[in-house]
Design a protein around this ligand. Structure first.
Ligand SMILES: Nc1ncnc2c1ncn2[C@@H]1O[C@H](COP(=O)(O)OP(=O)(O)OP(=O)(O)O)[C@@H](O)[C@H]1O
Length: 450
């Protein structure tokens, strides 16, 4: 996978910080400078794979930088950003060799979409691919939660990426060098789940020919993911609660207690709170594991994720299949992907992409290669134009995530006696990102302790 490096040139400091945050959260390796002159100096000393530059800047400016790029680095794509009133200039700039331009103001999805056309993001194996604002916010939150040792409840519809997010939390936690153990509570027969979780001694039950440590012990020092925890029967829930409270486990048929140091993550695609209210799920266990809830929206509620995900999955399967060339989606294929409702979420997209790769015979995946179960077709390409619209109901979720983020920042500021440096370290973000987030909070009227 390419490790593309970006050079961002923008003289407006707050816009530059916001763009940098967006690019870094999407896993681009990015350096920022405030002028074309600084950019040229940096280009002389470093290797970049793409340049994103504002047009209107004092001195040499974006067009001057573009000229320099044409002479010295003609192969490096340059993406220009310009204010609406100067779109003509931008069109001229494209004639001069810019690969594209973005008219300000633009959303983070538009930026990431454009960048991903020329530069694949650096992908840490298992890192969730995100481009939609909602997903970027969710991932940023997950990164912060990862730094704590809190239990996390990951919710979202089937195939939305809950396990991917759980692995991401582990990888971004201090437990990263310790085991990550996942157990699917729905996939193991009820009578075996207890023994699998807690382990057993020889002779504990018929067939227990030798002692076996359970998943809790296997995850010692690391993270245990209880996938589909909603499917655990109520009797076992009580035993699980005891293990979580006591932080120790006793194997079935054993008399020795084993001290545990395990972080527990859980997933559910059912409404666990409603299940707790109706008595289907133990309320005390619900509150024990739900210290920090994170929720994936369904894929059709984060449309800007669809194409970057599809490109990523195509790349992944092309590499697995040893294809010498990674095909691109044609415009019609892209349209098709964007207009489907994806009831099976990312897993369904993954299947469709795998099929498309098998069918594609050229360097392009065409609309004919995109085979979607016709019964699942929600819209037709003619009805829905290629827009990146966001359903209104999602705004509430975004606000909720932001509010949670604000609470975390304020609490950490108090814990660290207001030291920005300590807060940034504790939350695992750069001092610059923290400053930017606090500025946004001030704009919302939130008082930040001095
Ligand atoms: N953001 C993402 N980036 C990359 N791959 C993803 C992402 N989300 C999901 N996937 C891929 O989609 C598939 C389904 O993801 P995952 O198993 O995490 O979903 P899930 O919500 O846990 O599903 P279920 O509810 O059925 O257990 C996997 O192959 C995973 O690699």
């Amino acid at each position: 996978m390419s490790e593309g490096k970006l050079l961002l040139v923008e003289d407006d400091a707050s816009l530059r910080e916001a763009l940098l945050d967006t690019l870094m959260l999407a896993h681009y390796d990015c350096v920022d400078v405030a002028s074309a002159e600084e950019a040229i100096l940096s280009l002389k000393a470093n290797r970049y794979d793409m340049v994103i530059s504002d047009v209107q800047m004092e001195g040499v400016g974006g067009i001057g930088l573009l000229n320099y790029m044409q002479q010295h680095h003609p192969k490096i794509p340059v993406l220009l950003m310009t204010a609406y009133a100067t779109i003509d200039n931008a069109v001229n700039a494209m004639k001069l060799g810019a690969v594209d331009y973005l008219a300000k103001p633009f959303s983070s999805e538009v930026l990431l979409n454009q960048v991903s056309r020329y530069l694949p993001a650096k992908v840490v194996e298992g890192t969730p691919i995100v481009a939609d604002e909602k997903s970027i916010a969710l991932l940023a939150l997950a990164q912060r939660v990862a730094a704590s040792d809190a239990s996390v409840m990951i919710m979202g519809p089937s195939g939305s990426g809950k396990e991917v997010l759980a692995r991401y939390i582990h990888q971004n936690s201090q437990r990263v060098d310790q085991p990550f153990v996942a157990i699917n509570c729905a996939a193991i027969p009820e009578n075996m789940l207890e023994a699998t979780l807690f382990g057993y001694e020889k002779g504990a039950f018929t067939g227990a020919y030798q002692a076996c440590p359970g998943k809790f012990e296997q995850a010692q020092g690391g993270t245990l993911l209880l996938d589909e925890i909603s499917e655990m029967e109520v009797g076992l829930q009580a035993k699980l609660l005891r293990v979580l409270q006591e932080r120790e486990v006793e194997r079935l048929g054993g008399r020795k207690t084993i001290k545990l140091n395990v972080r527990v993550l859980a997933t559910s695609n059912r409404d666990l709170k409603a299940m707790a209210s109706s008595g289907e799920f133990r309320e005390d266990l619900y509150y024990r594991i739900n210290v920090f809830p994170l929720t994936w929206p369904s894929l059709n509620q984060r449309p800007a994720d669809i194409l970057p995900l599809a490109r990523h999955l195509l790349q992944r399967h092309a590499l697995i299949a040893n294809r010498s060339e990674i095909p691109e989606f044609s415009e019609c294929a892209t349209r098709r992907l964007l207009t489907h409702r994806w009831p099976g979420n990312v897993r369904e997209l993954d299947n469709v992409v795998q099929r498309a790769l098998i069918l594609s015979v050229s360097a392009e995946v065409t609309a004919a290669d995109i085979i979607i179960d016709s019964q699942e077709l929600g819209f037709t390409a003619e009805v829905i134009p290629m827009v990146e619209s966001k359903p209104a109901e999602l705004d509430g979720l975004g606000d909720e995530l932001k509010a949670q983020e604000h609470v975390i920042i304020l609490e950490t500021l108090t814990q660290c006696d207001g030291s920005r440096k300590l807060v940034a370290e504790k939350l695992g973000i750069s001092a610059r990102t923290l400053r930017y987030k606090m500025a946004k909070m001030r704009e919302l009227g939130i008082q930040i302790p001095a």
